[in-house]
Design a binder for this molecule. Structure first.
Ligand SMILES: [Ca+2]
Ligand SMILES: [Ca+2]
Length: 149
């Protein structure tokens, strides 16, 4: 913002131009595009692969990168991790996206569903939360003795 300020001292008057810079404060918290995500994963998905069917995204309305850069995390112990966030400009906000990545083999017989709490956090510690439900799809395999399990 630019303007002119009028300085008066007795009969002397001076016009002094000024420029005012408005600095962004960290006033916005991350918001996910959905409170709940659901995805299905084959139990044979190789470790290291990304669950391609699911994209998790959150946005922070603060314009300054020091106030809107988001990091993601999963609260529970699970066979999944999250990929490095990707940044995108969507409408007025910066949006960050991440995906689930498999870190340990899945076994439908041991655990057929996972409920994960995912958090998005800005550099100031403001947080948003969402839930991811992962349904493991059983894949019939034949063992050495010929039985399907
Ligand atoms: Ca702000
Ligand atoms: Ca923020």
């Amino acid at each position: 913002m630019r303007g002119t300020v009028l300085l008066m001292c007795g009969a002397d008057v001076a016009r002094v131009p000024f420029t005012m810079e408005v600095v962004d404060a960290n006033t916005a918290a991350p918001v996910f595009d959905s409170e709940r995500y659901t995805t299905h994963v084959m139990e044979t998905l190789p470790v290291g692969m990304v669950v391609g069917s699911l994209v998790i995204s959150a946005a922070d309305a603060d314009p300054d990168v020091a106030n809107h850069e988001l990091s993601f995390g999963i609260q529970e112990d699970s066979p999944f991790s999250l990929t490095e966030p990707c940044e995108d400009q969507v409408m007025c906000c910066r949006q960050y996206t991440t995906q689930l990545k498999l870190e340990k083999p899945l076994d439908w017989a041991t655990n057929a569903t996972y409920q994960l709490t995912v958090t998005a956090q800005d550099p100031g510690g403001n947080q948003g939360q969402a839930v991811i439900e992962v349904y493991v799809i059983q894949v019939a395999t034949v063992s050495h003795d010929g039985c399907f399990c």
